[in-house]
Design a protein around this ligand. Sequence first.
Ligand SMILES: Cc1cc2nc3c(=O)[nH]c(=O)nc-3n(C[C@H](O)[C@H](O)[C@H](O)COP(=O)(O)O)c2cc1C
Length: 332
Amino acid sequence: MAGHTDTVLRRLCKEQGAGLVVTELTSSYGLYFRNARSLKFLRWTEAERPIGAQIFGADPEVMAEAARLVSQVEPDLIDVNMGCWVPKVARTGAGAALLCDLKRAEAVMKAVVRAASVPVTIKTRTGWDGEVGSALELARVAEVVGVAAVTIHGRTAKQGFTGAADWRPIAEAAAALSIPVIGNGDVATPADAERMFRQTGCAAVMIGRAALGNPWIFRDVRHALHTGEVLPPPTPRERIEMVRRHARLVVAVEGDDPDRANAPLPGYARGQLGHYFYGLPGAAAARAALGQANVLGDVERLLDRLEAAIAAAPDWQWRPPLGRPLSGVGSG
Ligand SMILES: Cc1cc2nc3c(=O)[nH]c(=O)nc-3n(C[C@H](O)[C@H](O)[C@H](O)COP(=O)(O)O)c2cc1C
């Protein structure tokens, strides 16, 4: 997820049992022109494996060059984004716009499959607007050209994040294809994941927004699927410790010493860390303080205050983080 699933969040999700993680979407043009910002997306650690590198673009040659470049850094797979609806991407014919142009989508997939030295997967939506474009049609082409798996987010591009995800096209594709279909959309609890498997017959479930500030979702889903039991949510203290670790890891990834209180906190980290506070006493104040945090020490201090607020409220009842509505501010 753009702006969120960097190396740090991916590591934390992996530690909690995520089976496969994927980079933020990366521009094929950015890679083609060796843009430093795009190349930064190709940074991961061995602990994150298996990892997919996600690229987007509409020009088969540029996509092929991007796939060659990405292959050199050896992800476990390359995922082609065919689901992003944001105008910046879709207006160029890339992302979800490829649902409307199967010929181009086919050329892109063929070029990437040929150029890549690792398996290629695609991620798409159910269609463009309910009339034009169909995940099943695109997936059939994908299967023929050698794509290894297809992820379907159960919304059209036009829907963005509105309405509820429709899992029927996922079931339809899972029944029709011989390659694995990964179901995605509105899975926020272990029960949702179980229902997604049962209702669609998908080979795997992809979780997006429910992992923001909540890497434990993978532990919870895994445990529930294997044992039928629902684990208790992380304690407030565990949650705070995770925020501390997350913040320190971000600082370390940016090349600074996480023991240095005045190590700068990168702006993107504020967006990531704010998600952890849902359901905690003093969450609103903590998020406001986070908005003002410039250095690691600011985060450490606000976490200390949050810890004190929790200690002062022994009767306070945990509000499960998964109970919060999934917001739709994303791109895919
Ligand atoms: C902030 C944000 C960023 C996203 N970025 C991407 C992206 O880079 N690539 C992608 O394939 N999907 C992206 N998505 C879409 C998610 O991967 C997923 O398909 C969607 O959120 C539905 O799944 P969920 O209900 O589990 O969140 C993004 C979503 C959000 C909220």
